[in-house]
Design a protein around this ligand. Structure first.
Ligand code: 1CP
Length: 366
């Protein structure tokens, strides 16, 4: 173990472990949280699902707070990620959106400049005021200032609050396609046929995403993550134009207003281009997807950039000795680097909650 890895117990340190690592200090065992840690795999989440549709749940501070805290009570994660969605931004700009059972998000597609002009970015701050309120309440609850906050097994003051947004390309995929897809062929074809339209959309999203992240930070988020789930669909030239360029602009804008607040980038399925993404966007941390080779990632990504990831969500679903062994192998492979343990993509709805408990124990005893 190198001397940089030795820390006093959390209680003696004011800063939260997750934030220290995102700022570049290695820690052993690594701090952890899981993408989609609030979700259908939890019975207490399913119990609240019946009460209201998804957008209403996101836009009701009491509900968003409760759903964000559920996995913290159970597992005392080092990070709590706001319960919301990447598609709240297009919805807040006026694009009709619905989340349909067993279909997922359905939007009225935007495929040309006329449709794009009908969006109204001036509505976003007001439309998302409940998100800011949820973040304020969460921060108070997590830091233990709120006497009414019941964190159960959580550790007051130890859990960092994460905000997030979708990256422009991934949000554009849903806005243009109108729904989820494996290939987002309509979107990528539109980008080739009408580059002026697509670039205007990406530019609008980059600007609004930076503002969204700044508002989340001003409401209490201590770090933010930019999800580019479909980045890997693009050939290298388009990856540079629609993924790296906008992420760099967003990081610059966020940093100008909030220096010191870490930004995590997730260019999912970015393959060998993750090195260039990490070097050129200025992100503080790079989230690695399930397919990333950790030795290669260590070499490709500059040392100052923390790494997050990347256990296979199906490994978590399957459980057993393989889960413990593989989780500890991920930790060991990134030992000495600033590393935040996470999955390579979100927790799957069929995951037994006990497996998440096993995973937490495996990482904490790594
Ligand atoms: O109750 C329900 O069934 C709704 C399911 C659900 C949930 C729980 C959706 C619909 N979104 C969310 C929350 C969510 N989405 C979070 C909350 C915090 C957490 O991680 O615990 C986050 C960070 C997201 C981000 C998100 N939404 C992404 C990026 C990450 C990823 O998974 O790749 C994407 C692509 C979405 C779009 C979306 N929202 C919901 C669904 C089912 C989808 C995927 C649609 C598809 O392409 O099939």
């Amino acid at each position: 173990m190198s001397s940089t890895e030795v820390f006093a117990p959390d209680d003696d340190k004011p800063a939260k472990k997750l934030l220290r690592v995102l700022r570049g200090e290695p820690s052993w065992p690594p701090p952890m949280w899981l993408m989609r840690q609030a979700g259908r795999y939890l019975p207490e989440f399913r119990a609240m699902r019946a009460q209201a549709d998804f957008i209403t749940r996101c836009m009701t501070p009491e509900t968003a707070v409760e759903l964000t805290l559920q996995p913290i009570r159970r597992y005392a994660m080092d990070g709590a990620i706001l319960f919301s969605d990447i598609l709240i931004l297009p919805w807040a700009m006026g694009q009709p959106l619905e989340f349909r059972e067993s279909v997922g998000p359905v939007l009225e597609p935007i495929r040309d400049r006329d449709a794009l002009r009908r969006l109204d970015p001036s509505r976003v701050a007001e439309a998302t005021a409940p998100v800011a309120e949820a973040l304020r309440r969460l921060r108070a609850a997590l830091d233990g200032h709120d006497p009414a906050a019941d964190l159960g097994a959580g550790r007051p003051g130890a859990t960092a609050l994460l905000g997030f947004a979708g990256a422009p390309f991934t949000v554009a995929c849903y806005m243009v396609e109108g729904r989820g897809s494996r290939e987002f062929a309509e979107t990528r074809t539109a980008a080739y046929r009408d580059p002026a339209f697509f670039e205007a959309l990406i530019e609008l999203l980059a600007e609004q995403t930076a503002l969204t992240l700044c508002r989340q930070i001003e409401a209490g988020a201590e770090a933010v993550m930019l999800f580019d789930s479909w980045a890997g669909l693009l050939p290298p030239g388009e990856f540079r134009r629609h993924v790296i360029g906008p992420a760099a602009a967003i990081v610059r804008a966020v940093r100008a207003r909030h220096p010191g607040v870490p930004v995590i980038g997730f260019p999912r399925l970015g393959g060998l281009l993750v090195g260039e993404y990490a070097a050129e966007t200025g992100v503080d941390a790079l989230a690695l997807d399930t397919g990333a080779d950790l030795e290669q990632a260590r070499r490709l990504v500059p040392d100052r950039v923390a790494l997050q990831g990347n256990l296979d969500p199906l490994r978590l679903l399957a459980g057993g000795d393989g889960l413990v062994a593989e989780a500890q192998a991920v930790c060991r492979a990134l030992r000495g680097r600033p590393h935040v343990f996470n999955l390579g993509h979100g927790v799957l709805p069929q995951t037994p909650p006990e497996h998440v408990g096993m995973l937490v124990d495996a990482v904490r005893s790594a």
